[in-house]
Write a protein that binds this ligand. Structure first.
Ligand code: SAT
Ligand code: MN
Length: 582
């Protein structure tokens, strides 16, 4: 096959001359094609069939044990000027980066097939969507891209019609961590990734395109590409609200996007638009609209069960690819928190004994499923207009300090709240787990340019609209001596209800130096076993601790020096002054 788009045609030829594949295959995106890929991988051992009765069309992929998460230290933004990448990114000179990669890509597909995957991030017919083409030598990547994006002929037609597309080149290489790089060339709209087969490093439509390259494109085109879920909430009166929420990886975004209302919330309906990425655009009336550029979920498996997240649990009972989970004695996938089943084999394929320290699934083991597997999939996820956003929510994993929820005073203060997100690290990226790191807007690993310019861009929205969504911060993870104080999961709807009431100007709040906090009686706790003292604790603002936190944030901001927007510092100063005045 080939294409009428000469740019694409010659690029494919160029890449094949460099990488020397045995064959070139253009993906058409059909179900039959997906099934053929699955059969092929079952043959090569890239996939294993799981129990066909209980988990029909479900497969297990075991990655190389050194290749189980994103590698932020090997991820680079290659702009002419290092300042454009900013202190938030690793930077390499584009010329040097290309030379290094040219060597690594040289002949890397010998003996392999090169797959060409045209894909569209976002609904095929939407003006807000953007296309890309990923070239890869991994059939696992093709199968995952089939589930995660709108790929194949339809995307190719769109590319042929409209031109421009992001160019992604991926090879698993020899999986040598010393020859592993994930490089982005925002000016060329090029991504080159080698040496890893793991999701965020290899499914180039996701973090590489839909966040790093798209954030850069969004700066030029005045929109935002964000690490946000989009959830649609209908109250018993039939009013519909869409909330976009940003949390660092593995902080429960998929769970919030697929939330099950608690028993007390009769008549409430929650549907999922997206679980990881949102592209936000402003219309002429200053209203923000969001699309989910993805068509599937690449979710964390451990902890998924029927009690805590029935939708996610149901979504992964069929037509799912599992990566790095364990196996039960009857060949079902198994993970920590699955509650039933008898695990015998761990994610590396070793037979191990059950016991206190036994770990069967890798903590960052993942499921890949089409979003349509979700029983609460919202048809609006396919709407070309997107959905209007009522509230933006930021959150992190903070065992101390951050209250359950608070509302920023206005948009610019909300930008400070987003820029100040800090979170305890998780297993989604290589590195120490459980230390606090600054993760502005949950975009630390994903913003394709200097954070200072990114905050300036965020702040510019308040000059363009007086109709912006309110901005909130939540923390489901606050702890005391008994563990987590807030039950989380479905009960988070109680917090979202407060947020929606605030958006509708239905209730008052307590004004504090850090923003508006709920009066405890305004959070519906009926049916919850939570004491009044615990609720007080959840909305407590400890002034001294906040003064220290703000000092830490200020110190973090200093890294951005003179590019830092003045307005962000003004917002910071206002909060400090209010804290000191108390
Ligand atoms: O980066 S991944 O897409 O692999 C998952 C995540 O960290 O959110
Ligand atoms: Mn993510």
């Amino acid at each position: 096959m080939s294409t009428s788009n000469t740019e694409l045609q010659s690029w494919v030829e160029e890449v094949s001359e460099m990488t020397k594949p045995d064959n070139i295959y253009w993906c058409n995106g059909s179900k039959e094609e997906y099934e053929e890929f699955i059969q092929q991988m079952l043959g090569t051992g890239d996939l294993m069939q799981l129990n066909e009765e209980t988990f029909p069309n479900c497969y297990l992929h075991r990655s190389d044990p050194s290749d189980v998460a994103r590698v932020e230290h090997l991820t680079f933004i290659c702009t002419e000027d290092s300042e454009d990448a900013g202190p938030n990114n690793n930077w390499m000179d584009p010329k040097e980066a290309h030379e290094k990669l040219d060597q690594l890509f040289e002949n890397c597909m010998e003996g392999r097939t090169m797959y060409v995957i045209p894909y569209c991030m976002g609904p095929i017919g939407s003006e807000l969507s953007r296309c890309g083409v990923e070239i890869t030598d991994s059939p696992y990547v093709v199968a995952n891209m089939y589930l995660m994006t709108r790929m194949g002929n339809e995307a190719l037609s769109r590319i042929e019609k409209e031109g421009g597309f992001v160019k992604g080149i991926h090879s698993t290489g020899d999986l040598d961590p010393d020859k592993r790089f994930i490089m982005h060339f925002p000016d060329e709209k090029v991504i080159r990734s080698i040496g890893s087969g793991y999701g965020g490093n290899a499914l180039l439509g996701k973090k590489c395109h839909a966040l790093r390259i798209a954030s850069y494109q969004a700066l030029e085109e005045k929109w935002l590409a964000e690490h946000m879920l989009i959830v649609e909430i209908e109250n018993p009166q039939g009013e519909i609200f869409n909330i976009a929420a940003a949390f660092p990886s593995a902080c429960g975004k998929t769970n919030l996007a697929m939330l099950i209302p608690p028993d007390e919330y009769k008549g409430w309906k929650v549907r999922t638009i997206g679980d990881d990425i949102a592209w936000l655009h402003m219309d002429d009336g200053g209203q923000i609209w969001a699309i989910n550029p993805e068509a599937g979920y690449f979710g964390v498996v451990p902890g998924t069960n029927e009690d805590d997240n029935e939708n996610a649990y149901k979504a992964i009972q069929s037509n799912a690819i599992f990566t790095n989970v364990g196996l039960t004695d009857n060949n079902e996938p198994w993970w920590e928190g699955r509650k039933d089943g008898n695990p015998v084999i761990d994610w590396k394929g070793d037979k191990i004994e059950q016991g206190e320290n036994a770990v069967f699934a890798h903590p960052n083991s993942r499921f890949t499923v089409s979003a349509k597997n979700n029983p609460k999939y919202s048809d609006l996820a396919d709407s070309s207009k997107g959905v209007p956003i009522s509230a933006i929510v930021f959150g992190g994993r903070r065992s101390e300090l951050a209250p359950l929820v608070y509302e920023s005073k206005d948009w610019n203060h909300g930008v400070l709240v987003g820029a100040s997100v800090g979170s305890e690290t998780t297993a989604a990226a290589i590195g120490e787990v459980g230390v606090i790191r600054r993760d502005p807007m949950a975009m630390k690993p994903f913003c394709g340019y200097n954070f200072a310019d990114y905050w300036t861009h965020w702040l510019s929205f308040s000059e363009r609209s007086d109709n912006l969504p309110k901005i909130f911060h939540v923390n489901w993870f606050r702890k005391n001596e008994n563990g987590f104080i807030w039950p989380g999961f479905g009960d988070n709807l109680r917090v979202l209800e407060w947020i929606l009431k605030r958006c509708n100007n239905e209730i008052d709040a307590q004004e504090t130096p850090i923003g508006f906090l709920p009066k405890t009686e305004d959070i519906n706790t009926s049916g919850l076993k939570i004491t009044d003292e615990a609720m007080e604790e959840l909305v407590l603002v400890d002034n001294q601790k906040w003064i220290d936190e703000m000092a830490g944030i200020r110190e973090y901001f200093e890294e951005y020096e003179e590019r830092l927007p003045e307005k962000l510092l003004e917002e910071h100063t206002k909060v400090i002054e209010a804290l000191n005045a108390e």
